[in-house]
Ligand binder design. Sequence first.
Ligand code: TXA
Ligand code: MG
Length: 350
Amino acid sequence: MTTVLDTSPASIARAAECLRSGGLVAFPTETVYGLGAHALDVDAVRKVFAAKGRPPNDPLIVHVRDFEELRPLVRAGADLALAAHLAARFWPGPLTLVLPKALAVPGVVTAGLDTVAVRVPSHPVARALLHAAGLPIAAPSANLFSRTSPTRAEHVLQDLDGRIDFVIDGGPTDVGLESTVLDLSGDPPAVLRPGAVTCEMLREVLGRDPRSEARDPRSAIRDPQGAHRSPGMLETHYAPRTPLTVYEGLGALERLAADAMEAAFRGGRVGVLVPEEHALRLGGAALRVITLGPQGDAAAMAARLYAALREADASGVDVLFALGIERETGLGAALRDRLRRAAGGRIIRT
Ligand code: TXA
Ligand code: MG
């Protein structure tokens, strides 16, 4: 059984003690819930992979209190000037930096890569836990491997109840999409995963555009050693159980509506995932309409996306049709990326 904790100091102390003794604690961050373990305890980190069913070639992000706590995790002598610059602007917050790793970081955390991913979360509960535990916390998203990330404690329990010691219930997360991953180990810096710290925001600090390595969901990237260069980019990530098709382009809504009605006519239980504005138009007995917030509000849509996908799974529909995200800038880029990945390549452009 997994114990649900509130966010009181006594509960945080209990969770911190569990981490220190090698246990697993799920906790809220500003992006999604993380599944935390003592980052320097090899056995604890192995338990994270086991609980999630995550393959060992998929590296974890290490969460720290502040920039000073990052230093011992990074290779001695590495140039941290740019990292410090980015940290001053975006930490605490939803930006993960990939840097050359120190020997102290176990290979199991980094999937054998010679780099380590680090971030300082801004969520008050995550910060309180880091302070109480007094150690770096390795934490992937607290979902079963290849499932959508949890944005509520109940999502964590849906996937991991009985497999982890505690989940701290801090309510729904704010951003709703995983952090931006920026690789600083090469030149120029490369965005491996788009997120709420947008390319436009990074450009302001970098003085140039970061390279984008968040490729098309149909092409998974692997590095020669077999560890994924950017595992979050695997097409099976972020997927609901229900087969999802995304419609993009001019006339996408009309095509979606026609396909959905036809599937319903043939006897399927059909769900549609659309911005609020279109809910009335598609509503009716034949379709199960799941809304994604107002179309113009990328932040609201991001905050709801994963909960909406889990709702679709729970509703028992056989198929789900979603209206695509057309915006390719700002948070829209991250939202578009995740929705396309959730579809695992089933994208129809009209
Ligand atoms: O917002 C987040 O980042 C959440 C919260 C809990 O902090 N965590 C999260 O972790 O999304 P996870 O394990 O689901 O995703 C980790 C991502 C992977 O997609 C991988 O590409 C990248 O971080 N990553 C980790 N270590 C890396 C490394 N050494 N080099 C390149 N990418 C790395
Ligand atoms: Mg994940």
